[in-house]
Design a binder for this molecule. Sequence first.
Ligand code: HEC
Length: 185
Amino acid sequence: MRKVSRMAIATTCLFLLACNAGPNKTNVELVQDMMDQISVKAQDWDSESKDQSTAMLPPENSVARGKAPYKYTTDPLGAESHLKNPLANDMSADILKLGKTNYEIYCMVCHGEAGGGDGPVAEKMALRPPALVTDKVKGFKDGRIFHIITAGQGVMGSYASQITDKNKRWAIVNYIRTLQKKSGE
Ligand code: HEC
């Protein structure tokens, strides 16, 4: 028994001595396989890859976690017929306030306070922003207006990166409906 424990202590000491190369020195690795792994380290080079870089682009059609791709970027009619307004008919004070606030931040400069196409920058634009209280836009289904905010139309750019919350986009649509109603009165 005594012999065994002496052996164990001696082996442990030897092991520690062998591994520890001293202060500020790389330790001696007895089991080399632990160091030489097949996985590549970030920012390291990779002899197997085409340009020897370990940094790779995500495969085509990858979708970032928590993001859903917008299916209708080039398909306004698809958007119009498939996208349903989750706030349809919700003309509550809270939703209209949300819509008005965001309309006044993002749309009013061009389309005007009452949607008449006469915002402060409109007259300086070569292609005047259209009014949103026309029969044409009244005839757009909610999904079409949501689509124009999301993907833009012609010279009007997309507002998806500014208005990231989709609820806000739908609230703007509802608010535009109130402007259209007012203009017809
Ligand atoms: C920088 C000016 C500008 C801003 C800001 C802007 N738009 Fe536009 N919008 C335009 C122009 C210009 C067009 C016409 C584009 C075209 O068809 O070539 C347009 C077109 C539209 C149309 C289609 C109208 C039609 O008759 O076809 C809708 C709907 C619309 N905008 C809604 C919005 C909403 C909602 C916002 C705010 C989120 C907004 N726009 C912000 C300039 C702007």
